[in-house]
Design a protein around this ligand. Structure first.
Ligand code: NAD
Length: 500
């Protein structure tokens, strides 16, 4: 996937060394297609996690700025809705081309602010870009239905945009997650306000710049900043009709409840504790490599990271080999060639206290592996969201399935086996939204939907992101029933009965 975006194709230079970030520029709001300096009195310092040098200051956007964003989005809505779907599709084509052109620049911003490796940051951009690419097919995706329901009478269905919608995003995928919302919301005729994570808004600011270049009219895409207060504003603002949230359970459960109580549609993807079941009949080398990559890649800070391995029977003896693979991963700054890991957050194999020589001031945790874990232990019951893999031993596949189903989270799960019947049974009986069979991180491409389950989604997962449910989320169904027939056939007397 990286083949078409190299430094040579990027139209603008981007900083790749920490020395180039000597003078931090304050992050701005983006309202009405303009970058505007915030008048905030409170600012959040954003540090490069590899060096802890200051990258930028992020404003707590003021009430006036938050209101200006909503007014801008509301004002833009009628004309944007009235544009033909073909016109909106053309803007989306240009947006896709520009994101592809600025791929490296977006990825560099992510590495600087979030810390993941440059190669991984390119994947972050790509997975969002794919949502935008899929949204370009809107002309066939949004067609309604029509049925002649009685003689001379037909019912047609349409899908119409909601109005102003908002997206509240997490820090771990600064490009992909805003792009789970922006393309689908806008191509269907909504206008959107994005509140990126206050920990890494840089990629979203580039996406805003590209939205203007692509031809989105002023007000269709707006960006504001802040934390809990800005979120509360979004949740309480009556003009905002729908809220998309991705992040932790703590914030998400609150956001779901408050936004729903205010009559808004909400889609909310939350935390996870994803299991990998290792069956003794699996392809061992493939399974162990896949698990080490999926547990420790991106410092374990993916909602689909495999953070628990359930080792069935004799596979418990393979734990040392997982540790060997984990030790072989190179921990380094995200821009360094060949680095596999970056900063993280927590505990043992033991990753604590490890630092690459070149980055003594950064925030680092090496791969950490905890073996012989019991299900009641805190390292198993809580989402750690760092490069930490916990290993639980069980004797049978049945026991493994029961253990995984008893976990309150249900985002992703993987099984490693060569047996078709074991895999089939697993996929039928397991209670998780996204299942990988010999695939470690089975995030579906955007033609499907991101199907979390249990505590990993708010509201029972009725409104999932992208795919057909994503399109339904950002549109209101309308049905029109019409009767056209010769005048002589029309009844002359009023009827008070339901037609039978
Ligand atoms: P977070 O919940 O701390 O922050 C997400 C957003 O919510 C940010 O924009 C933040 O400003 C806002 N926020 C935080 N606390 C708030 C509060 N008390 N009130 C109102 N708003 C608040 O999450 P994070 O640390 O940025 O992201 C990591 C989490 O996101 C993990 O739990 C991970 O599993 C989850 N995640 C889930 C998915 C998924 O699709 N299921 C994808 C990515 C990340």
């Amino acid at each position: 996937p990286a083949a078409t975006a190299s430094a040579a194709t990027s139209p603008e230079p981007y900083p790749t060394t920490h020395e180039q970030i000597s003078k931090p520029l304050d992050t701005q709001n983006f309202i009405d297609n303009q970058f505007v300096a915030s008048q905030a009195t409170q600012w959040i310092d954003l540090h490069d996690p590899a060096t802890n040098s200051l990258v930028t200051r992020v404003p707590q956007s003021t009430d006036a700025e938050l209101k200006a964003a909503v007014e801008s989005a509301q004002k833009a809505f009628p004309a944007w809705k009235a544009q033909s779907v073909l016109a909106r599709q053309q803007v989306m084509f240009k947006y896709v081309a520009l994101i592809r052109q600025h791929w490296d620049r977006l990825a560099a911003s992510i590495t600087l602010e979030q810390g993941k490796t440059f190669a991984d940051a390119k994947g972050d951009v790509l997975r969002g870009l794919q949502v935008a690419e899929t949204a370009c097919g809107i002309t066939t995706q949004i067609t309604g239905e029509v049925l002649e329901v009685a003689k001379d009478m037909e019912t047609r269905s349409y899908r119409e945009p909601l109005g102003v919608v908002a997206a509240i995003c997490p820090f771990n995928f600064p490009a992909m997650i805003p792009l789970w919302s922006i393309p689908i919301a806008t191509v269907t005729g909504n206008t959107i306000i994005v509140k990126p994570s206050e920990r890494d808004p840089g990629a979203m600011m580039i996406l805003a710049e590209l939205a203007e270049k692509a031809g989105f009219p002023p007000g269709v895409v707006n960006v504001i900043h802040g934390s809990a207060r800005a979120v509360d504003f979004i949740l309480d603002e009556p003009l905002i009709k729908a809220v998309s949230f991705v992040g932790s359970n703590k914030a998400g459960e609150y956001i779901y409840q408050r936004a729903s109580a205010n009559g808004k549609r909400v889609q909310a993807n939350l935390g996870a504790k994803n299991h990998a079941l290792v069956s003794p009949d699996c392809n061992k080398n493939h399974a162990l490599n896949a698990i080490a990559g999926a547990a420790f890649g991106a410092a374990g800070q993916r909602c689909m990271a495999l953070s628990t391995v359930v080792m069935v029977g004799e596979t418990k003896d393979w734990v040392g080999e997982i540790a060997e693979r984990a030790k072989a991963l190179k921990m380094d700054g995200g821009f360094e060639e060949g680095s596999d890991l970056e900063e993280g957050a927590t505990i043992m194999l033991d990753g604590r206290g490890k630092k690459p020589e070149k980055y003594p001031n950064g925030n680092w945790v090496g791969p950490t592996l905890i073996a012989n874990v019991k299900p009641h232990m805190r390292c198993y019951t809580e989402e750690i969201f760092g490069p930490v893999l916990v290993c639980i031993n069980v004797d049978t596949i049945d026991e493994a399935i029961d253990l995984i189903n008893a976990n309150e989270y249900g985002n992703g799960v993987a099984i490693f086996t060569r047996s078709g019947s074991t895999a089939t049974r697993f996929q039928r009986e397991i209670e998780a939204g996204q299942i990988g069979i010999n695939v470690p991180i089975p995030v579906p491409l955007p033609t499907f939907s991101f199907s979390g389950n249990k505590k990993s989604v708010a509201g029972g997962g009725a409104n999932t992101f992208y795919g057909k449910p994503g399109l339904a989320f950002y549109t209101q169904a309308k049905t029109v029933t019409s009767l056209w027939r010769a005048e002589d056939a029309v009844a002359t007397k009023a009827s008070v009965n339901m037609p039978t």
